[in-house]
Design a protein. Sequence first.
Length: 103
Amino acid sequence: MAKTGLEITEAQFREQIRDLAKTFGWMFYFTWQSFHSPKGWPDVALCKPPRLILAELKSETGQPTESQRMWLYTLQNCPGCEVYLWRPSDFDEIVSILEEEKK
């Protein structure tokens, strides 16, 4: 059973998203170390043509940085790109999003 609520770490949450992606046939990408990359890019990318999802993952209490908010806002204005800020409490909604077939 999936952990939800305040006890789950962002890393554990990311692994849940990775497992869901695999279950529903999505490719999953996560940058392990981004020392030399611009700040704020979303944590994960999921791809299952024709869909591309970019998601910033936060714990229940975590807040996005200004650069994360800027990237999310900018990407949300790109047609065809689904952009989310996900928390563990969004788990049921995330399942629905990943199992949904959009054409």
